[in-house]
Design a protein around this ligand. Structure first.
Ligand code: PLP
Length: 394
């Protein structure tokens, strides 16, 4: 028996595969610094934990509607309305099993077979596979050296078959946060060419400095009408294991995602719905403390990487640093660089090739400052043992 061609043609998530490899090394007794996975190393806030425990003890752990419980949809609608400064009704919210599930639901609800969907590089590992699984054709658009969107390249990539753009700000893997002008310019392109936008805003609370972020839904009613917001609990509330997320979209699209999930997955986990509702309604103080700690780590890791000669686009948000390692790459590219780094120095990071940009590697700094210091020492030893080569890639 063999899986079908559609599944065979999908690639495994590189980050999860590398995380698993690093964990195998640890199980074999090696002292690995694992900076692969994008998972806060903090516990979920106390209110979230209490919400989950109260749910378990409530005697109400049952199915909810496939779109999520009425009270959570209401809480999410209030939250999205307040943070994006534009009114959302509960009927425009569909609760999903995670942001990943929300992305696959949104793409499945929007994409017709053969539709082209623009992905701005560097793009999170799962986007291209989610688009392909939904029947679309992912089209990668190169970005500027600072990882910001190259608006001319986006305009050039649009063809009569283009139907949508998937954006992610703050960005995994670069930490780049789009300026408000960039969001407006992408929105104008979407309107001009009649495209939808899926805006993955999972990192929007992890924004450390500068101009506030801008969701396309906040730009104008016309743009709101062609945008699906994807968000969730994993990153902002350190709730990765709870698995809970949502789409906020025009009623018809939110309902379509709910219909799909009613057949494919059923209602989201009741306990996690209750825990997420607590997170949204109590604004736990732990979140601000977590952000302060991430900010300190961000400054330390970027300074450390730059001191080693690795040019690193300045990350305003998320919890990743994405230095350029071009001078140290051989013909195996960033994949080979990461393999050697793990093999020789027990330091696990993700190759940029997984995000469509082979010149970089990604460090997740969702790990302790002590681990970051260790990582920088190991990286220094690695680079010293591997003289920079003059690469044709510049
Ligand atoms: N979107 C981006 C850009 C991410 O980095 C991740 C997780 O790594 C997700 C979505 C998925 O989040 P969730 O844990 O809610 O599935």
């Amino acid at each position: 028996m063999r899986p079908n061609q559609r599944v065979q043609s999908l690639s495994l998530s590189t980050t999860l595969a590398l995380d698993a490899r690093a964990k195998e090394f640890v199980a074999a007794g090696r002292d690995v610094v694992n900076m692969t996975v994008g998972e806060p190393d903090f516990d979920a806030p106390a209110a979230v934990q209490e919400g989950a425990i109260a749910a378990v003890k409530s005697g109400k752990v049952r199915y909810t509607a496939a779109e999520g419980s009425a009270s959570l949809r209401k809480a999410i609608a209030a939250h999205v309305s307040a943070t994006r400064k534009v009114e959302f009704a509960p009927q425009e919210i569909t609760v999903c099993h995670s942001a990943k599930h929300a992305l696959s639901g949104a793409c499945s609800a929007l994409i017709e077979p053969g539709d082209e969907v623009l992905l701005l590089l560097p793009a999170w590992v799962s986007y291209s596979e989610i688009v392909r699984w939904a029947g679309g054709v992912p089209v990668s658009v190169p970005s500027r050296p600072d990882c910001g969107p190259d608006l001319d390249a986006v305009a050039r990539a649009i063809t009569p078959r283009t139907r949508g753009i998937l954006i992610n700000s703050p960005c995994n893997p670069s930490g780049y946060v789009m300026t408000q002008a960039e969001v407006r310019a992408l929105g104008a392109l979407a309107e001009k060419h009649d495209l939808w936008i899926v805006s993955d805003e999972i990192y929007r609370r992890l924004l450390y400095e500068g101009e506030p972020d801008l969701s396309p839904v906040s730009v104008s009613p016309a743009l709101r009408a062609r945008t699906v917001v994807v968000d969730g609990a994993s990153k902002a509330f350190a709730m990765t294991g709870y698995r809970i997320g949502f789409v906020a979209a025009p009623r018809e699209i939110a309902a379509a995602v709910g219909k799909l999930h009613s057949q494919l997955t059923g209602s989201p986990n009741y306990i996690s719905q209750c825990a997420f509702e607590r997170a949204l309604t109590s604004e736990p103080p732990e979140v601000a403390r977590m952000c302060t700690e991430f900010d300190a780590r961000r400054r330390r890791i970027v300074a450390g990487l730059e001191a080693l000669g690795l040019k690193t686009p300045w990350p305003r948000g998320a919890f990743y640093a994405f230095p350029r390692v071009t001078p140290w790459l051989d013909e195996r590219g960033s994949g080979g660089f990461c393999e050697d780094l793990l093999e020789e120095q027990n330091l696990a990071v993700v190759p940029g090739s997984a995000f469509g940009v082979d010149e970089h590697v990604r460090f997740s700094y969702a790990t302790s400052m002590a681990q970051i210091e260790k990582a920088l020492q190991r990286l220094a030893a690695f680079l010293a043992s591997r003289p920079a080569v003059k690469s044709a890639r510049g």
